[in-house]
Design a protein around this ligand. Structure first.
Ligand code: GTP
Ligand code: MG
Length: 301
């Protein structure tokens, strides 16, 4: 007698929600086993909602990475990013509420209040590698009392520890339905978008603490042939003085940024990339809704 696999297929969307810098994008990449969403040690790295799709034999997980929710600084950019988070919540089956081990404060509490009560919420305690077990256990016990969590999962996204436990915990709460995306699809975003993000990541990682928040990236040209992707991009800064800093002495910094971005693009796209990068100044764009929409902020998708 043969034993058949009677497990029904499940598929659903899972939002990653949390304060800036708790490790949401690192977690989505660890779950996917691929770098899709950009990360940096600076808060507010993610600015656009992005889906990452993981298809297994019995489940399709559609993860939705969101910008870190801002409860303090109120620029137009932050307002639009927050709107992105709340609208993501409207369309998911499960929410992962991500916190950092050892830190649960007023900002986390405020955000927890925004989460829907009619859908399962999984408390994810990330960065467990930074603390000792004796500290983590009471922290988890305490934090878990603040909400009605369907599951609680401690893990380390950076070390990729706890991923299978989290996937199993999520699966239980996904609806029984066939896959929405094709098996080979990994995201809803275009290569053009991914290219601009990878370049922005290098700018975020290379520059001091102030400048990145006034930086955006535009793709001026994206031509793809089977052999080569030819990409022209502009790094847009909001002050004249920042232009020289991005370029660096004798253009060395720019060269480093562009090379690192190109290598990541080649890895993600699986082919050769020719990348040219310019720097432009456009002041005040982070507080100008018209400019922000031009860069794709606050749009449905
Ligand atoms: N030690 C440790 N660091 C981590 C872990 N996960 C993420 N980080 C670090 O935390 C920082 C922020 O990570 P991101 O993934 O960009 O955080 P985020 O929540 O997406 O941030 P925003 O997009 O700004 O909201 C980076 O420096 C990561 O390397 C972890 O498990 N352990
Ligand atoms: Mg992020």
């Amino acid at each position: 007698m043969s034993i058949e696999n009677t497990e029904p297929f499940r598929c659903g969307a899972i939002a990653l929600i949390g304060r800036p810098n708790v490790g949401k994008s690192t977690l989505i990449n660890a779950l996917l086993g691929q770098k899709l969403s950009i990360t940096s040690r600076k808060p507010q790295t993610t600015r656009h909602r992005i889906r990452g799709i993981l298809t297994r034999t019995d489940t399709q997980f559609i993860f939705v990475d969101t910008p870190g929710y801002q409860t303090r600084h109120r620029s137009a950019l932050n307002r639009l990013m927050n709107r992105d988070v709340t609208s993501a919540l409207g369309e998911v089956d499960v929410a992962l509420f991500v916190v950092e081990a050892g830190r649960f404060d007023a900002e986390d509490k405020a955000l927890l209040k925004l989460l829907p009560e009619d859908r399962p919420i999984i408390l994810v305690v990330n960065k467990t590698d930074k603390s000792v077990v004796e500290d983590i256990l009471p922290f988890i016990r305490d934090t878990a009392t603040h909400g009605n969590f369907a599951e609680v999962v401690p893990l380390s996204a950076r070390r990729r520890k706890g991923m299978d436990v989290l996937l199993a915990a999520i699966r239980k709460h996904l609806p029984k339905q066939p896959a929405i995306y094709g098996e080979d699809e990994i995201t809803d975003k275009s290569e053009r978008f991914l290219a601009s993000e990878l370049l922005r990541e290098k700018v975020f990682r290379s520059l001091g603490d102030e400048i990145p928040y006034g930086v955006s990236v535009e793709i001026d040209k994206f031509e793809a042939t089977p052999k080569l992707r030819r990409i022209h991009a502009s790094i847009v800064v909001d002050r004249e003085g920042h232009k020289a800093i991005v370029i660096g002495a004798r253009g060395e910094q720019m060269k480093r940024i562009a090379t690192a971005a190109r290598l990541d693009m080649e890895k993600l796209f699986g082919g050769k990339v020719h990348l040219e990068v310019w720097v432009k100044v456009r002041s005040g764009w982070t507080d100008d809704e018209v400019q922000l929409r031009r860069y794709g902020y606050g749009q449905k998708d």
